[in-house]
Design a protein around this ligand. Structure first.
Ligand code: NAD
Length: 466
């Protein structure tokens, strides 16, 4: 069976991928298992060289990758270029594997006894990725796993699988040995076949919280290592001393970039004290002037959402909020024909306990909530079931510091609308934004894709005491 892939701005079919059966998944894992035997014995410096060549090849293909992302996902070309850049940075991070994999050593832990800890690869690792970053999220996973000596089978989102195919072709063209990277396609059953395969040692998952919870439970049930990053609801707190055009621009980019379909999208602004009355008109003006269109076209400020199902889900939230009396400041309006477009929506004075303020809507809908103080704002944000990212906008270092120490999220922004850690820091949240302990990229990923072994040795110089 073939899975058609559409340009989200036109609904035109731009490619198709085959859905893998359980047997085909097993064959991909078997090949990766065979390749692991030799790849894991390739010296780490040579594995790093393969990653250097891959980074260089990606650099040469970055524009075609960005166009692929923009077409199959819908995001603007500028956004897609940024995503590819972040992905290449993860490959560059993987190039440091000889240093990253180094262990610890301590001589004379007891009389005549030394100890060293060393990191070894796990075997075949699998990745299951979402639609919203078709290049960057796969690149968070397989380059680091492969540099550490593992082999990898990737199952990308069925909504955006073409960029993964391109990443695979570039890997082969850059000299990746046969079998160390494979891509299989399909929906949840394909992912489950990967999780269930006895030769898959570790699962990296990024997607919605319900799927992340199910993936983690399934993998743990099979006694496998798992990191499952889930959904998000990110709160952006604005203090009265920070109502400026640059704050407004950062909020708009956070809420409406990628049509609100980022796990770091700020979808609730908590306006503290007097800031709301001054901020709301600025936000309405800026969001209302975003030009909707095809992501690859010049001058487009926001592309389509991913599907008709997404339009229906987002529209449902807007209708229910409207019916419940939330104050609608900006109402979508007309959208370009052809694609799956939703225009920006802004509600003000939203009830902090309403679904608009609590659920992950994953679309271009911004809720403004009013809070009397920073303490109230932090309490509101911390009541969320999610804990991915949160930002404060303020000119006061004391408030910024208090926020950073008390906000219950994994990624904290201070006067930054999208608090995205770069590849050498870990990426991930807390609470229902992650299932599992270790995050993506940074040193967490090195720990996730390797197994530690401690060697304790006793070498007496005098062989009579051996
Ligand atoms: P999704 O959960 O629908 O799908 C993600 C992947 O999981 C896809 O490959 C899908 O085929 C697969 N899948 C779905 N259900 C599954 C199941 N029960 N078992 C195994 N695999 C399953 O997510 P999506 O709509 O593609 O992406 C959007 C979601 O991803 C949002 O919730 C967003 O917040 C989240 N996300 C989180 C992060 C993060 O870093 N925490 C980053 C990006 C996206």
């Amino acid at each position: 069976m073939q899975l058609p892939v559409r340009d989200k701005a036109t609904r035109e079919v731009i490619g198709e991928v085959p859905v893998a059966t359980r047997d085909e998944v097993a064959r991909a894992v078997d090949a990766a298992r065979t390749a692991f035997d030799s790849w894991s014995r390739v010296p780490v410096v040579e594995r790093a060289r393969a990653l250097f060549r891959y980074a260089d090849a990606l650099e040469r293909h970055k524009e075609e990758l960005a166009i692929s992302v923009s077409r199959e996902n819908g995001k603007t070309l500028a956004d897609a270029r940024g995503e590819v850049r972040r992905g290449i940075e993860a490959v560059e991070f993987a190039c440091s594997m000889p240093s990253l994999m180094m262990g610890d050593a301590l001589p004379d832990v007891a009389s005549g006894i030394d100890s060293v800890s060393m990191r070894y690869p796990l075997g075949v690792c699998a990745g299951i990725t979402p639609f919203n970053f078709p290049a960057m999220i796969p690149l968070w996973m397989f380059p680091i796993a492969i540099a550490a000596g593992n082999t990898f089978v990737l199952k990308p989102s069925p909504q955006t699988p073409l960029t993964s195919q391109a990443l695979l072709s570039i890997a082969h063209a850059s000299g990746f040995p046969e079998g160390i990277l494979a891509v299989v396609h399909g929906e949840a059953p394909t992912a489950e076949a990967l999780i269930d395969h006895p030769d898959v040692a570790a699962i990296s998952f990024v997607g919605s919280s319900n799927a992340a919870r199910a993936v983690q439970a399934r993998a743990v049930g099979a006694h496998k290592r798992v990191q499952a990053l889930g959904g998000a609801k990110n709160y952006l707190i604005v203090m009265p001393d920070a109502v400026t055009q640059s704050t407004c621009d950062a909020l708009i980019a956070s809420a409406f970039g990628g049509a609100g379909q980022r796990c770091l999208a700020g979808s609730v602004v908590i306006a503290v004290g007097s800031s709301g009355d001054r901020l709301a008109p600025l936000l309405v003006e800026a969001a209302g002037s975003l030009r909707l269109g095809r992501g690859v076209d010049d001058g487009v400020g926001m592309g389509p959402v991913v599907s008709d199902a997404a339009i229906e889900r987002i529209g449902g939230y807007v209708e229910r909020a409207r019916a419940a009396g939330a104050q609608l400041l900006l109402d979508g309006g007309t959208v370009p024909s052809g694609g799956t477009f939703v225009a920006p929506v802004i509600f003000d004075r939203v009830d902090p306990s309403s679904e608009l303020a609590r659920d992950e809507i994953f679309g271009p809908v911004l809720a403004i909530v009013r809070a009397p103080s920073l303490d109230d704002a932090i309490a509101m944000a911390n009541a969320s079931r999610y804990g991915n990212a949160s930002s404060i906008f303020t000119n006061d270092g004391g408030n910024a510091r208090a926020f950073a120490s008390r906000i219950a999220v994994g990624m904290v922004g201070i006067n930054v609308g999208v608090a995205a850690p770069m590849a050498f820091f870990p990426f991930g949240g807390v609470k229902d934004s992650i299932f599992g302990d270790l995050r993506c990229h940074g040193k967490d990923a090195v720990a996730f894709y390797t197994q530690q072994r401690v060697v304790i040795s006793r070498w007496p110089q005098d062989s009579s005491s051996f």
